[in-house]
Every structure is written in structure tokens, then in C-alpha cells.
Design a protein around this ligand. Structure first.
Ligand code: MG
Length: 279
């Protein structure tokens, strides 16, 4: 990460955003469609008994962070890319519409902005494209970032949604296996995954604000030393410092993102943001 971009006087240097159900609402139905695809994959490709699939899918998600991580932990062998292609390839992406209000908000934020998702890079690219948010983030930490096939063969070809050079350097300096969890797959909500993301992004957790719709991810984020915002909830959850019903409410709930602290207090203004409509 280019630390020279840090801005003196702001409470936060970096904003770390979950993507699914955080940058767009749960009501789009993508989450449900994704779960159905995972269940279908378990049935058709892993030949798990049909009556066991729904509960097993949910139980593994709860126990291991993602159903995929749980399946791997149980010893099921399958190709990670095949799995992601199957469960994401047929999602109703057309339900995601461009969000110029959010785009203007993100552009107006002076901090370094990073996506931190358990999903794969192809899904992240598709979602950000559909939401009209390409170019709003400096880096993406995704499945491949924390679980690369090997640390010298990392994806570098996907336009702007690739690892930055600093990310690649950080990974290449990391001893193989350093970030590997007991379940083979490293993902939220493990504190280990969040600490790995903090290390890769080279950010100070005490100057970083973490947005996520998952209460358990928020609890782990707090345990890792981050400031936390639960999104899609009107009330705080354990470990959350702030709660946002919608990411669109960020300016009202967290004005400190735009404010310089101390004697030289000023607010970063963006004409585009002044046209925002609250969701
Ligand atoms: Mg999410």
C-alpha cells in the first residue's frame, strides 16, 4: 500500500469494506440464490444426500465461516475455481443496478478504500461493475488473495481489480502457510483472516474502519483491533462501534470520515455528494 496517501489529521486512514450485502442490500436476493447454487453443487458434484444438504450447508457456514471452507475441512475434494464458477456463474446479477449515490460518496472519502470479501475475484469484479463502482477502491482482498494456489502465481490480469504491487510483495515475502488456517481455507470470520488482511493491506487497525453486514465478522474485526460498522442493521451488535441501516447513510452516521480533527478542523466537500438522496 502506498502509505504516503495517508492524510494527517483524519481519525481514519483506511476504510475496509465487505462487499456482498454491505455495498448493496440483502433484498436483491443474490445471497439466497448463492446458497441455492451451493446446495446444488453439494448435491450434484459432491453427491451428498439430498435430505442432508440444506442443514449441512448452513451448519458448515456457521462452523467454518463459509460452506466451502467447511466442505474442505470435512475432506471433500474439489477445484476452488470450479466451485466459485458454479455458485456465482448463474447468479441474477441483473438485480444489481448502478449506484451513483454510493459511488459519489466513496469518491469523496479521502481515505484509502479496500474491499475485503470472502468471494472470489471474478464475483467481486462482476458485482462492482454492476454497481458502477469500478475505480472507487484501491485494492481488493478476496478469496484468491488469502488462498492463492502459491504465493508466486497470483492473479494480475483483471484490469484495475487486481492485487496492487504492494499486496504481491507482501505475499511473496510471506512464508508459505503463514496465513493458512486449520480448515485449509482462510476466510472471515476467523480473526486470523482479518489479521492477515490487515497485514497485507499494511494498515494500522486503530486507524481503520471496517464495514460488514455480518455480526460475527464484526465481532472478529473488533477482536483484531479495527473500528467497526455493522451495515444493514439499525442496532449495534457485539463488537460494533456503529450501526448503519444502509451504506447510503454513512455520511450522516460517520461524518468523521470527512472531518479533519483538531484545531484545523475542516470538512472535505464534494459537490457531487451534496446531490445524494438518502435511502
Ligand atoms: Mg457480506
Amino acid at each position: 500500500m502506498d502509505t504516503s496517501r495517508r492524510i494527517d489529521g483524519f481519525k481514519y486512514d483506511c476504510l475496509l469494506f465487505d462487499m456482498d450485502d454491505t455495498l448493496y442490500p440483502l433484498s436483491t436476493g443474490l445471497n439466497l440464490a448463492c446458497r441455492k447454487n451451493i446446495e446444488e453443487y453439494m448435491l450434484k458434484h459432491l453427491h451428498i444426500e439430498e435430505s442432508e444438504v440444506p442443514n449441512m450447508c448452513l451448519d458448515l457456514y456457521r462452523e467454518y465461516g463459509t460452506t466451502m471452507a467447511g466442505l474442505k475441512a470435512l475432506g471433500y475434494e474439489f477445484d476452488n475455481d470450479d466451485f466459485h464458477t458454479y455458485v456465482h456463474g448463474r447468479l441474477p446479477y441483473e438485480k444489481l443496478k448502478p449506484d451513483p449515490v454510493l459511488r459519489n460518496l466513496l469518491i469523496s472519502m479521502p481515505q484509502h478504500k479496500i474491499i475485503f470479501t470472502n468471494a472470489d475475484q471474478a464475483h467481486a469484479q462482476e458485482v462492482l461493475n454492476r454497481l458502477g463502482l469500478r475505480g472507487c477502491f484501491d485494492d481488493i482482498i478476496c478469496f484468491e488473495t488469502l488462498n492463492p494456489p502459491n504465493y508466486t502465481d497470483v492473479p494480475t490480469h483483471n484490469h484495475e481489480l487486481t492485487w496492487s504491487n504492494s499486496f504481491k510483495e507482501a505475499c511473496n515475502k510471506t512464508e508459505s502457510g503463514c496465513f493458512k488456517s486449520k480448515t485449509q481455507i482462510l476466510c472471515k470470520p476467523s480473526v486470523e483472516a482479518i489479521e492477515a488482511a490487515i497485514q497485507l493491506a499494511n494498515v494500522d487497525p486503530s486507524k481503520t474502519l471496517f464495514f460488514d453486514d455480518s455480526a460475527r465478522n464484526i465481532a472478529s474485526g473488533k477482536a483484531a483491533g479495527l473500528h467497526t460498522v455493522i451495515v444493514g442493521h439499525s442496532d449495534l451488535v457485539p463488537g460494533a462501534d456503529h450501526a448503519l441501516n444502509s451504506i447510503h447513510n454513512i455520511k450522516e452516521a460517520l461524518p468523521k470520515i470527512w472531518e479533519v480533527e483538531g484545531d484545523q478542523q475542516q470538512t472535505i466537500k464534494s459537490p457531487a455528494v451534496e446531490t445524494m438522496v438518502l435511502a
